[in-house]
Ligand binder design. Structure first.
Ligand SMILES: Cc1cc2nc3c(=O)[nH]c(=O)nc-3n(C[C@H](O)[C@H](O)[C@H](O)COP(=O)(O)OP(=O)(O)OC[C@H]3O[C@@H](n4cnc5c(N)ncnc54)[C@H](O)[C@@H]3O)c2cc1C
Length: 397
């Protein structure tokens, strides 16, 4: 078990480049994006041009080759500035590029991964259905054989980037009765294929810059080149992507915690009540101390898990059973703790802002609305606790 960790000079340089970019290009448009509930096309295009949609993807496939640690640096910085942009990048990268990088054939990597990593195409990931949320292996969307092809019909919901994506990594049931054990297959579905339609786009409490779309598939014909991984082995493909997603979501939550803490600190030093800055009152000081403790602890946890994923590499066939179990437990712990701590810290930071924290348009009010979903998506925190406790019962601490 590796405990020591330090960022390299290149990683620090990447962080500072990302930070300057986000402050200059993204931060100014966020309030209006949130108010208008619009997908931020222009800033997404600028981020794509910078290579920020392919950070962990190796350079030979068009990415920046900075691994999971580099990717978490990006997500942490995004988490400080805007959760919507972070979620758009996360759905594309963790959930879209990971399955292609880890399970794709060379041809699939050239055709789908490289343009996605270069920022020429946008990806989405679709597992959830109306009847299948936490029980994600109970996929009802049916994939039926027709000669060498597959014909897919069904209804998928809550797909981040679903309205804008060029290609969706989509889970369908090749044998619905078998469920996750041999009955689910991952497909690469281009959104311009006949029979593919975008359905309802949800109005949400937060993440106003993201689309959350229903996808309707009516006899969409897919050639064998669109099967990602093996037939019937789509569930491990989805879970591998979610392991990456949960750690990067932890990084984004860490960024949210750091931003909320800084905002609360600044406000507390400048807001005077009863003749003193409120930062002089111990009650406020202790709230700030609790925030700092969570940020500090989480920083180690997130980058430890990211570095571990980098060490394991991107070929699932080489992982031992123990390595898989460790990775999955770590990802669940990071996701669960980070999202709950982000909720607590942002809530306390809002409290420190008093009435101003409740006024529409303040950064802390937006952060409060944006953060809540992190306890629900990429597997609810109840499911994370199931994952952690099952592994504990089987392997011990
Ligand atoms: C904004 C947004 C974006 C999303 N993006 C995507 C995406 O890009 N792709 C995608 O595929 N999905 C996406 N989702 C779906 C998301 O992952 C699911 O909403 C989530 O996994 C929960 O599923 P559910 O909503 O059906 O809740 P349910 O599974 O119905 O759960 C309801 C409640 O029951 C609890 N529960 C369920 N089973 C158990 C159990 N066994 N033990 C204890 N408690 C349990 C849950 O924790 C929860 O509290 C998104 C959702 C939202 C809201």
């Amino acid at each position: 078990m590796a405990i020591e960790f330090a960022f390299s000079a290149d990683q620090e340089a990447f962080r500072s480049a990302v930070r300057s970019f986000l402050e200059k290009e993204v931060a100014p448009i966020v309030p209006e994006m949130d108010e208008r509930e619009e997908f931020p096309r222009a800033t997404v295009a600028k981020m794509q041009a910078e290579g920020y949609f392919g950070v962990p993807v190796p350079e030979e496939y068009g990415g920046l080759g900075l691994g999971k640690v580099g990717y978490c640096i990006l997500l942490e910085e995004l988490g400080k500035v805007d959760a919507s942009h972070g979620t758009i990048v996360g759905a594309h990268t963790s959930l879209g590029t990971t399955p292609l990088l880890y399970y794709g054939t060379e041809e699939q990597k050239r055709r789908w991964l490289a343009p996605a990593a270069k920022g020429e195409k946008l990806l989405a990931f679709s597992l959830t259905e109306p009847g299948s949320g936490s029980d994600s292996g109970a996929v009802h969307t049916a994939a039926e054989r027709s000669g060498d092809d597959w014909v897919v019909t069904g209804d998928k919901i809550y797909v981040t980037n679903g309205r804008e994506a060029d290609t969706v990594v989509l889970m369908a049931g090749n044998d619905v009765k078998r469920g996750p054990n041999g009955g689910v297959t991952a497909f690469l579905v281009d959104t311009n294929l006949p029979g593919f339609k975008i359905g309802r786009c949800e109005k949400k409490m937060g993440l106003h810059g993201t689309s959350t779309a229903e996808l309707v598939l009516d006899h969409v014909t897919l050639g064998p080149e669109r099967v990602l991984g093996e037939v019937g082995k789509g569930f491990p493909v989805a879970m591998t992507a979610l392991d990456v997603g949960r750690v990067s979501l932890g990084a984004a939550s860490l960024g949210g915690i750091e931003a909320a803490t800084s905002q609360a600190l600044e406000f507390a030093k400048n807001r005077t009540q009863f003749g003193l800055p409120i930062s002089e009152y111990e009650v406020i000081q202790f709230k700030l101390a609790d925030m700092a403790m969570k940020a500090e602890a989480l920083r180690y946890l997130v980058y430890h898990a990211a570095e571990h994923q980098d060490r394991l590499g991107t070929d699932p066939a080489r992982w031992t059973r123990l390595e898989r179990a460790q990775k999955t437990r770590e990802s669940a712990i990071v996701k669960c703790l980070a999202s709950e701590w982000a909720g607590e810290v942002i809530d306390e930071a809002l409290q420190i802002h008093g009435g101003l924290g409740y006024i529409r348009g303040t950064p802390i009010e937006r952060a409060y609305r944006d953060a809540r979903i992190s306890e629900i998506f990429e597997g609810t925190n109840e499911i994370q606790r199931l994952v952690i406790s099952r592994d504990l019962l089987s392997r011990g601490l």
